[in-house]
Design a protein around this ligand. Structure first.
Ligand code: CS2
Ligand code: MG
Length: 402
């Protein structure tokens, strides 16, 4: 069997997605997500110009060899664009291998380690009352874990909060919109919100919060300490993680569990965080961390250091990525949680899939392969629309992490 064709499909059913579809000379197909929010066309061009020509004529069964050829062969290794492109190829080849073997991919990854994939949902609102209503919406639907985000009084456009809690798309306008941020206002507001949610929903509901890269290590240490009484499952991305050592300072001051990794692209971005046990959850994703093969490598390292998985699963990661993530989540020994933001009906129609939500769990498809595809005809009806992630400025105008 040989790779006969590979198509890069860019579509925008509500938001932009980039998908790679590989077709073999025996008609077996595989799909992989390559969506990098706000930088979609860069990955699409990387795939079309530099990867597809290399794939044609290759043996689709040689997944690891192809991965190494794209990683070492690029010479310019790592980074979000390269690793998202490699991820799309890797994912599509695992899809093909499952179809050829007649097995769902999780069976090729070693089989089930659990009955279902525990997911967390997003609750967010401008006011505390609306937030409690939104948390109840999720617990009523069976969610066992909820990420809590809230507007901060006096600030415009706080991360994670939108008019309609069921949808959140930060990349709204062609050019970056600007939001205003204040860490003192945020640190003064958030502990009270988590206190109220914990009081309202009791000790068993797993609560998470995303600080979205906006604090310094000592500010994060203080927040972590203030949140200790509310026993969060995790505090996410408290600081930008380029400086992995920065987490030593946080770790030294608080027992609130820490989660990081959605912007990481390779094992090198998190090796120190894991081996020094500075975090509790690694949130790398199939699409941004080099595909199923490399994600398994990261989770295998993490399993040696009591670090569990907590893969990123926002709606800018396509249903192809989510389907692949579930096969990994079901088969690793150190699974923690999977993020789940349901896609719109429009997006789900473009990406038919077999995974399903029941009672707080996602279950991957039992079909051979990943159990997801792309309807190319429907996808063609939604042309790409330029969209950028926002910028963030402090009240004095200083540029800050969004
Ligand atoms: C977030 C994302 O879901 C999360 O944890 O951090 O919403 C993130 O902001 C987007 O994926 C960026 O594109
Ligand atoms: Mg996040």
């Amino acid at each position: 069997m040989r790779i006969a064709a590979a198509r890069v499909i860019v579509t925008c059913p509500g938001r932009n997605f980039v998908t790679l579809k590989i077709v073999t000379d025996e008609g077996v197909t595989g799909v992989g997500d390559a969506t990098l929010n706000g930088r979609e066309q860069a990955v699409a061009a990387y795939l079309a110009e530099h990867v597809v020509p290399v794939l044609l004529g290759r043996d689709p069964a040689r997944i690891e060899d192809t991965w190494q050829a794209l990683y070492k062969g690029a010479y310019w290794r790592r980074g979000p664009v390269t690793m998202s492109a490699i991820a799309a190829v890797d994912t599509a080849l695992w899809d093909i291998k499952g179809k050829v073997a007649g097995l769902p991919v999780y069976q090729l990854l070693g089989g089930r380690c659990r009955e279902g994939v525990t997911v967390y949902g997003h609750a967010a609102a401008e006011t505390l009352d609306d937030l409690l209503t939104d948390v109840a919406r999720l617990t009523d639907a069976g969610y066992r874990a909820v990420r809590v985000q809230t507007a901060v009084p006096g600030l415009r456009g706080t991360y994670g909060v939108s008019a309609d809690p069921r949808t959140y798309e930060p990349a709204g306008s062609a050019l970056p919109a600007e939001a205003v941020w204040s860490t003192p206002r945020y640190l003064a507001h958030v502990p009270g919100v988590l206190a109220r949610v914990r009081a309202e929903f009791g000790p068993e509901l797993r609560l998470l919060h995303d600080a979205h890269h906006r604090l310094t290590p000592i500010e994060a240490a203080a927040l972590g300490r203030d949140l200790e009484p509310y026993r969060l499952t995790w505090l996410e991305d408290p600081v930008p993680a380029e400086l992995q050592e920065g987490y030593r300072l946080i770790r030294g001051h608080t027992t609130t569990p820490l989660a990081v990794g959605e912007v990481f692209n390779s094992i090198w971005d998190c090796r120190r965080l894991i081996t020094e046990q500075l975090i509790d959850y690694i949130r790398t994703s199939v699409v941004h961390a080099g595909g199923i093969s490399h994600l398994r490598r990261i989770f295998d390292l993490a399993s040696l250091y009591h670090v569990r998985s907590g893969s990123h699963g926002a709606t800018d990661l396509s249903p192809v990525c989510l389907a692949a993530a579930l096969h990994v989540d079901l088969s690793i020994p150190n699974f923690g949680l999977q993020e789940y933001m349901p896609h719109t009906a429009e997006t789900d129609a473009v990406f038919p899939h077999g995974y399903r939500f029941a009672d707080g769990y996602l279950h991957p498809s039992e079909e051979p392969g990943l159990g997801v595809d792309i309807d190319e005809e429907l996808a063609a009806r939604y042309p790409y629309r330029p969209a950028s992630l926002p910028l963030n400025r402090l009240e004095d105008g200083t540029l800050h992490s969004w």
